[in-house]
Design a protein around this ligand. Structure first.
Ligand SMILES: Cc1cc2nc3c(=O)[nH]c(=O)nc-3n(C[C@H](O)[C@H](O)[C@H](O)COP(=O)(O)OP(=O)(O)OC[C@H]3O[C@@H](n4cnc5c(N)ncnc54)[C@H](O)[C@@H]3O)c2cc1C
Length: 63
């Protein structure tokens, strides 16, 4: 519904190190992004996405 691009595995494609999707401001993590579907990967990706989202919000407010 948000229009996020999918990859060759039909999972949500992420475009940078912070797990942002092809839609600016939309981040994804966990099973929906990775063929490696384990809790450890989901937790790691979630923390990275949260960091990226926080960073983008701070930049929006102060730049
Ligand atoms: C039977 C089974 C056994 C497993 N055993 C292990 C194991 O031993 N060790 C291990 O590391 N991993 C295991 N896994 C994998 C692990 O469960 C997943 O990798 C992990 O739960 C992924 O977390 P997630 O947050 O990405 O997705 P999920 O845990 O699937 O969370 C996604 C959430 O989003 C909700 N949701 C979906 N669509 C919407 C919507 N439109 N609106 C709002 N909410 C929505 C869902 O209801 C769900 O609660 C197992 C998986 C299964 C199925």
């Amino acid at each position: 519904k948000l229009g996020c691009e999918l990859n060759e595995f039909n999972l949500i494609k992420t475009t940078n190190v912070f797990n942002e999707t092809s839609v600016k401001g939309v981040y994804a993590a966990g099973d929906i992004t990775s063929p490696m579907q384990v809790i450890a990967a989901a937790v790691f990706q979630g923390s990275v996405a949260a960091g990226g989202l926080n960073h983008s919000l701070i930049m929006e407010d102060f730049v």
